[in-house]
Design a protein around this ligand. Structure first.
Ligand SMILES: C[S@@+](CC[C@H](N)C(=O)[O-])C[C@H]1O[C@@H](n2cnc3c(N)ncnc32)[C@H](O)[C@@H]1O
Length: 338
């Protein structure tokens, strides 16, 4: 058992002086699960009381503390992150990520029409925000290389957390995509430690594809991050987000799923990673994320065209998003107008 609890000393500690637990959230949540229907705890309880507080899971914290709290969580989970993802989602996160990447079809397939274009020589520049251990980036490069035969497309993996990036670096060190020499032609992946809300290290209009998977719900100012995404993308560039949703449309399935996630995930975190609190935060943070329709509206507010939102011919993105596994997760996309 001791071997299963290697990181007890790294548990997240929250200071009682700066956090207030939202009992209303817990009560509303427990009652909604009892009734097979889950309501999101009212955001007004948290945000409108003061401009300077925000939610951290079901807790209320000073706005300027949230990013460091989130950083602490991911520093704590970094070493076990990939294993825990498999355990918590029963491996389903892999299928969602595969589908997400396939739907974006990264890379440029060379045809007689594209061989002479300057972009085909350099490939695409992809920015994977909150890229963590590189799960999405690796899939992007694999897809570009094997499906589109594109050996030039590159990915910048950006994350606020140095420990998560360190896990990503370890993973890529043995892949054909990474070289420690900055001038190497094999350098198709690079790492950038940055807050998604301030991408000043990245030039405006320089990115072809911006991805964020299971990251944006942790950001303090999501709208600011969306505006940064808009700024760094080239005209015609694509924003794509894969994220959990706060509730499933079927109330019975929602009740079952929430019982499982609130019961099992913190427990798995405790047993496998000796870190119940971080995993408790991860499930609570899902509850505080906007609904699919609200999030599509936020993407539009940042200036993007949201495929499928207005017209009835959105295909997989009908309504402005694509639900995965009964709506446990969803894909949203936005296109920067050309
Ligand atoms: C659940 S992990 C997702 C990692 C990866 N995208 C994946 O799908 O496996 C969330 C990541 O978001 C990062 N993150 C949280 N807040 C951030 C912020 N404000 N800016 C950039 N990254 C952030 C965390 O450090 C963490 O690596």
């Amino acid at each position: 058992m001791a071997a299963l609890l290697p990181r007890a000393t790294k548990r997240l500690r929250l200071s009682p002086s700066t956090d207030s637990v939202c009992h209303g959230c817990r009560r509303a949540f427990a009652s909604s699960i009892r009734h097979g229907q889950q309501q999101q705890p009212a955001p007004s309880q948290h945000v409108s009381q003061s401009d300077k507080t925000t939610h951290f899971g079901f807790k209320t914290v000073a706005e300027e503390l949230k990013a460091s709290r989130v950083r602490t969580v991911f520093s704590s989970v970094a070493a076990n992150y990939d294993t825990m993802n498999d355990l918590m989602s029963l491996g389903i996160h892999r299928l969602w990520k595969d589908h997400f990447v396939r739907s974006l079809n990264p890379g440029i397939r060379l045809t007689s029409a594209t061989t002479s274009s300057p972009q085909s020589a350099t490939g695409q520049t992809i920015l994977d925000i909150a890229g963590g251990t590189g799960d999405i980036a690796l899939r992007m490069l694999d897809h570009a290389t094997t499906i589109n035969r594109d050996n030039a497309t590159s990915v910048i993996i950006s994350d606020i957390n140095p420990e998560m990036l360190a896990e990503g670096r370890k993973r890529f060190a043995t892949s054909p995509y990474y070289s420690t020499t900055t001038t190497s032609p094999n350098r198709r992946v690079s790492f950038l430690e940055a807050n998604a809300e301030d991408l000043s290290a990245i030039e405006s209009n320089s990115i072809d594809l911006y991805t964020v998977a299971f990251g944006i719900r942790n950001f303090t100012h999501k709208q600011v991050a969306l505006q940064e995404a808009f700024r760094v993308l080239k005209p015609g560039g694509v924003f794509a987000c894969l994220e959990f949703t706060p509730r499933l449309s079927n109330p019975i399935m929602n009740g079952i799923y929430k019982r499982w996630s609130f019961g099992a995930i913190p427990l798995i975190g405790q047993v496998v990673a000796a870190d119940r609190e971080s995993y408790q935060y991860l499930v609570e943070s899902i509850e505080r994320f906007p609904s699919q329709a609200e999030f599509a509206g936020m993407i539009e507010d940042a200036g993007f065209i949201v495929p499928g939102k207005e017209r009835g011919d959105g295909g997989d993105l009908e309504g402005g998003w694509e639900d995965l596994s009964l709506g446990i997760a969803a894909i949203h996309k936005g296109v920067k107008p050309a």
